[in-house]
Ligand binder design. Structure first.
Ligand SMILES: Nc1ncnc2c1ncn2[C@@H]1O[C@H](COP(=O)(O)OP(=O)(O)O)[C@@H](O)[C@H]1O
Ligand SMILES: [Mg+2]
Length: 192
């Protein structure tokens, strides 16, 4: 399957999960994620605001807010195909941005420089256990991730049903360091 076909297949499958199916999976993923040493060590964490049936992220943001960490989420600029990291001060202060994705209010004082980010937690459409990620086809994360400090861990969260043997990759695709699902944590063993 090429990227386009795999995307379609995996999105259909994910949309078939009901709210009741998801809740225990979201809870298991959150528990595994917050136990990771990378999460414990990080101060400023780039997260995402879930849409279209992605692993629920409000719990991750709450965790950051109650544990003295700084949660940040992307504000997306469609014309420039660009994401800017902005601090989330409260889950109540979000608006609907590009693609209908919730985002923090883009106040200048809440903008975070990319060098400040210690860890990235990212969603996606499909993943493999070798660091491969399939997004929605915009390439937003592929353009953003290389700008991070090189040692910053990039960790994906996904339901086990989103994991395939091998995601088709192109040279611009950025490999991830780890994948967390309801079943466990996988770390990339091959070099990036
Ligand atoms: N680092 C990059 N520089 C320039 N263009 C990029 C870069 N990364 C991705 N793109 C563009 O974004 C498009 C979508 O990337 P793709 O990996 O297919 O999407 P996604 O990662 O969202 O699944 C690519 O066809 C490419 O043109
Ligand atoms: Mg890609």
């Amino acid at each position: 399957m090429d990227k386009k076909e795999l995307r379609k297949h995996l999105l259909t499958q994910r949309q078939n999960l009901s709210r009741d199916d998801r809740a225990p999976l979201d809870a298991a993923i959150l528990a595994r994620l917050t136990e990771l040493p990378e999460v414990q060590a990080a101060q400023t964490i780039l997260l995402y605001l879930d849409f279209r049936g992605e692993v629920e992220s409000d719990g991750m943001i709450e965790y950051c807010l109650t544990h003295g960490k700084t949660p940040v989420a992307p504000v997306t600029f469609k014309e420039e195909r660009k994401m800017i990291p902005v601090r989330i001060t409260s889950l109540a202060d979000l608006r609907e941005g590009a693609y209908g994705i919730r985002e923090p209010l883009h106040l200048p004082e809440l903008e975070v420089s990319i060098e400040q980010i210690d860890l990235v937690i990212l969603p996606g459409v499909g993943f493999d256990r070798k660091g491969g990620r399939l997004g929605y086809g915009g390439g937003y994360y592929d353009r953003f991730l290389p700008k991070l400090r090189p040692e910053v861990p990039k960790i994906a969260v996904a339901y086990e049903m989103q994991v395939v043997e091998s995601v088709p990759l192109e040279p611009h695709d950025t490999l991830l360091d780890a994948l967390v699902t309801e079943k466990g944590v996988w770390r990339r063993t091959s070099p990036a």
